[in-house]
Ligand binder design. Structure first.
Ligand SMILES: [Cu+2]
Length: 146
């Protein structure tokens, strides 16, 4: 986890090239028909901790952060939050935007508070920037009982 945060900070803080003050980078194109989705839990599921979340991806492949390869990306799990309005810069790493920069395709959430939570997946390229167009899953709502 620490390495992802460090990577994001480095990407966010480093000047891209001499003479450029903008942090915006060229966005990576996603292929037509690419689709990311949450395999489980299902939308509306009633679950308890720990909650295993499995990521599905069609029409693209998973590659670790930092690896540039056509039609790939890595998963970001958005927990109780919307995607950032500006998707031209690297996604921040926060409690609500979790990076899976090693190429993981599932995770386990152990500390969800009881009640409703939303989950959504957003693919990012090797620089943690959403593709163009973004590869974003449907947002699901789950209810955690304990
Ligand atoms: Cu990332």
């Amino acid at each position: 986890m620490r390495s992802f945060i460090v990577a994001a900070l480095v990407l966010g803080g480093a000047p891209l090239c001499a003479g450029s003050t903008a942090l915006a980078q060229e966005r990576t194109a996603s292929p037509a028909g690419a689709e990311v989705y949450i395999i489980s839990p299902k939308d509306g599921a009633i679950v308890h901790n720990p909650v295993r979340v499995q990521f599905g991806l069609k029409g693209m492949g998973v590659a670790p952060a930092g690896v540039k390869y056509d039609n790939t990306g890595h998963h970001h799990l958005l927990i109780d939050t919307d995607p950032p309005a500006d998707q031209s810069t690297p996604l921040p790493a926060t409690d609500k935007i979790v990076h899976f920069g090693k190429g993981q395709t599932e995770t386990t959430l152990a500390n969800l508070t009881p009640g409703k939570h939303t989950l959504q997946l957003l693919l990012g390229d090797q620089n943690h920037i959403p593709h163009n167009p973004p590869v974003l899953s449907k947002k699901i709502t789950i209810t955690v009982t304990k």
